[in-house]
Design a protein around this ligand. Structure first.
Ligand SMILES: [Mg+2]
Length: 278
């Protein structure tokens, strides 16, 4: 079975990169490159000889061997335009001000520094301050989900996928549970692997991916992973998974560890000729 993915994207512009670095890099769950990240994905971005495949024509993505479907949660299983992560970022900013005792602008600078030096805001806080990780996760995720739209279309698209389905998120369990319930997809998944399951060591740490596949008995070579953060796809690819970037990557580094791209998850899943696999 040959399956065509959705259309790809033009390379991000310098302006896009600047804007996304200001906003996107501070989001919970977006990590800086991890110390034990595999070496393969560190090649320069957007090399003309190794662009991410778009699934069009000869580059169509073969998913015939896939029996496990793995999804990031935030900005992957629902569109970023619905604003959930913007609310979470606001909570992170507020938590930082309380935790470090600095004015908001200085706390914001420090939060970006934590991201660069420790991979996550929480990891930086834990290394430098006496912080309650559970309190952090609870407070930053305690946002209203009114803007998040229930999606029967997403439920239908997920339900027709052959095999098991999992969520792999750097967010907290309670957040994943609330978001999935709101979208209407809770019962469609065989498991959720959240930050608590990672011992607070988030994607893209390869050890976290190893722990994930061991927990659920997943053969990486028969799994496909959908993510909106490009670097989180790298260790998945290194393990043998097929990788699909959802969205344009917000200006972050892209490379040949990305097998296909799609502007949004529905545009990738809905056209899949899955009846052939039944
Ligand atoms: Mg995400």
């Amino acid at each position: 079975m040959r399956i065509a993915s959705a259309k790809g994207f033009p390379p991000p512009t310098g302006e896009d990169r600047s804007r996304s670095d200001q906003v996107g890099a501070a989001r919970l769950g977006e990590q800086q490159p991890h110390a034990d990240r595999p070496a393969a994905p560190t090649r320069s971005p957007l090399r003309s000889d190794h662009p991410p495949r778009t699934g069009e024509g000869e580059d169509s993505l073969d998913l015939a061997h896939i029996d496990t479907w793995v999804f990031d949660l935030d900005d992957t299983l629902y569109p970023p335009e619905q604003g959930v992560m913007a609310l979470v970022q606001g909570r992170i900013n507020a938590f930082m001000v309380d935790a470090v005792g600095l004015p908001a602008d200085e706390a914001r600078v420090l939060q970006k520094q934590f991201l660069n030096e420790h991979g996550t805001t929480l990891a930086g806080l834990m290394a430098n301050y006496a912080v309650d990780a559970d309190k952090f996760l609870r407070e930053v995720h305690d946002v209203p989900l009114d803007s998040l739209e229930p999606s029967p279309r997403m439920a239908d698209a997920l339900a027709r996928l052959p095999g098991r389905r999992f969520v792999l998120t750097n967010g907290a369990r309670c957040h994943a549970s609330r978001v999935m319930e709101r979208i209407g997809i809770t019962d469609l998944f065989d498991g959720v692997f959240a930050i608590e399951d990672m011992d607070l060591t988030p994607k893209p740490a390869p050890s976290t991916f190893r722990r994930f596949v061991q927990r659920f008995g997943i053969d990486p070579h028969r799994a496909v992973f959908f993510e909106d953060t490009p670097r989180n796809l790298a260790p998945a690819k290194a393990m043998g998974m097929t990788t699909v970037l959802i969205g344009e990557g917000r200006g972050h580094e892209l490379g040949d560890w990305i097998d296909a791209t799609a502007p949004d998850l529905l545009s990738f899943l809905e056209p899949l000729p899955l009846r052939d696999a039944a």
